[in-house]
Write a protein that binds this ligand. Structure first.
Ligand SMILES: Cc1cc2nc3c(=O)[nH]c(=O)nc-3n(C[C@H](O)[C@H](O)[C@H](O)COP(=O)(O)OP(=O)(O)OC[C@H]3O[C@@H](n4cnc5c(N)ncnc54)[C@H](O)[C@@H]3O)c2cc1C
Length: 466
């Protein structure tokens, strides 16, 4: 065997899986057919949960260097009036201990991740095309690589997914959009500070204020418009004329995409897994495509490591699909509904605004798998308050934690790190007599006053404690 885990694809999801698995103690080889990072415009928004993951993965400083907090987001009608949206006060920290949303540059982020992966010991093999798979032997144009497990993080056209015979469930959203990243040359140009969905009958348009001087526009293609025609800088310059001239806005990169809404019907076949765009694709209106893939990566990494170290049975690996697939489907459905809402508002139709920014549609959480009990916080990320300028996560550690109050003394097996917390920092969650069991991916597994019973229930999902 060459490595515990062979990762096919060094996009953001493959790299995050490789980094987290290495941090948890696995040996990892990650391969990609490309030499450089994908250069065209893609992800730009990241939520606070994924920023928290970047901090855990040791990349927070690098992330801050290529990102800017977003001040808000809104849907506007044909008159430019806000239909629904929100504003984020400066310095607001979300429940995960970071700004609720940041704008970043995906190629810069991927370069940061490649460096981090190599620094912590991931063997990154670039210019290496995966051409076949037999069990967990990955055939490449540079020879075979044998892993105990294989992860297909090879993007939307995933070879690994197709090879496994995994089908995509279609959620019925297909639209072509042209995406243009520009640099703001004239700082006086009066552009909005918020991300805006212009729900206009002539053409719906997205505006996203990016990191630094980057400004992005996304234009929906109209019937009859071709990808070739709309992907030209000349055509994009015409569309941008309403906001600025070529001396005010420099067009840096343009790409035309067909946005889909699909979810794989399985995320695992035997010892081979899929994650990221290989497992689910969604339109970008909620900025959740990459974020969802990051959740896959973090979810899988600790489980593989637990099985490798003998602190869990193979059965734990079944919970990857059980937990991640419904969660990802929830994100895909919400993103597609946000796209439908933009079109409905543009047509002047009656619309339920729940799927718009700030519309109150609840964020998915884990509903099954390695969790136990019906406390409302089970399956959600454990909050990370910032106390005296410092986030709480380092206190939790990198494994399982049992968070209690000072006076609560549960009988804990080895391997469960006891953390004493002030209930004032965790209202409605950490209370006298209660123990909160937190997983290595910072999700609440149980909120209980009967720790042995909770551990016994978790053992049934494959975990071994003590
Ligand atoms: C316009 C647009 C805007 C977006 N905005 C956001 C956003 O704001 N927020 C957000 O979270 N997400 C956003 N996304 C989604 C996000 O970009 C993707 O979800 C993310 O890039 C997927 O990462 P991945 O690692 O799964 O796949 P990819 O980034 O596609 O990486 C797959 C890698 O696998 C490699 N590969 C493929 N086949 C092979 C093979 N046979 N052998 C070796 N290597 C192989 C490829 O070379 C590639 O490097 C957006 C997407 C688009 C298009």
């Amino acid at each position: 065997m060459d490595a515990d885990l062979v990762v096919v694809g060094c996009g953001p999801i493959g790299l995050m899986a490789a980094i987290r698995a290495t941090q948890h103690g696995l040996t990892v080889i990650a391969v990609d057919r490309l030499t450089g990072v994908y250069p065209l415009p893609r992800a730009i928004g990241m939520d606070d949960e994924i920023q928290r993951l970047f901090a855990t993965a040791g990349m927070l400083d690098g992330l801050r260097g290529c990102s800017t907090p977003m001040p808000g987001a809104e849907f506007q009608d044909r008159h430019g009036t806000r239909v629904i949206g929100y504003d984020i006060p400066p310095d607001l920290v979300g429940p995960n201990g970071h700004p609720p949303v940041i704008a970043f540059d995906q190629p810069s982020l991927e370069r940061l991740m490649r460096t981090r992966a190599r620094d912590i010991g991931v063997e990154v093999r670039l210019s290496t095309d995966v051409t076949g798979l037999t069990g967990t032997t990955v055939h490449t144009d540079g020879g075979d690589i044998i892993g105990r497990w294989v992860l297909g993080a090879d993007g939307a056209s995933s070879f690994v997914r197709k090879h496994l015979g995994i089908a995509l469930e279609d959620q019925g959203f297909d639209e072509s959009w042209v995406v243009a990243d520009t640099t703001l040359l004239d700082p006086e140009l009066p552009l909005p500070r918020n991300c805006i969905q212009h729900c206009e009958p002539a053409r719906v348009i997205t505006f996203v204020p990016g990191h630094g001087t980057r400004r992005r526009w996304e234009f929906q293609l109209l019937p009859g418009e071709t990808h070739d025609e709309m992907g030209s800088h000349e055509r994009v310059a015409e569309l941008l004329a309403r906001w600025g001239t070529s001396t005010e806005l420099r067009i840096d990169r343009v790409a035309v995409y067909r946005f889909h809404a699909t979810v794989a019907d399985r995320f695992r076949v035997g010892d081979v897994f899929i994650a990221g765009d290989a497992a689910h694709q969604m339109p970008p209106f909620n900025g959740q495509g990459m974020c969802s893939g990051m959740r896959d990566a973090d979810n899988l990494a600790w489980k593989l490591a637990a099985v490798a170290s003998g602190t869990a049975d193979e059965a734990l690996l079944d919970t990857y699909d059980l937990e991640r697939r419904p969660h990802a489907r929830g994100q895909v459905e919400h993103s597609a509904d946000a796209g439908r809402l933009i079109n409905t508002i543009a047509r002047g139709g009656e619309a339920a605004l729940e799927s718009g920014y700030g519309g109150g549609r609840s964020f998915p959480h884990l509903e099954g798998g390695c969790i136990v009990g019906d406390h409302p916080r089970v399956g959600h990320p454990f909050p990370q308050p910032v106390i005296d300028g410092t986030g709480f996560d380092p206190t939790l550690g990198d494994g399982w934690a049992a968070v209690t109050t000072a006076g609560t003394e549960p009988d804990l097996p080895a391997g469960l790190h006891r953390v004493v917390a002030d209930p004032a920092h965790f209202p409605g969650l950490v209370e006298p007599g209660v123990t909160v069991l937190v997983r290595p991916d910072r999700h609440v597994a149980a909120v209980t006053n009967d720790v042995p019973a909770a551990l016994a229930a978790l053992t049934a999902t494959g975990m071994r404690f003590g």
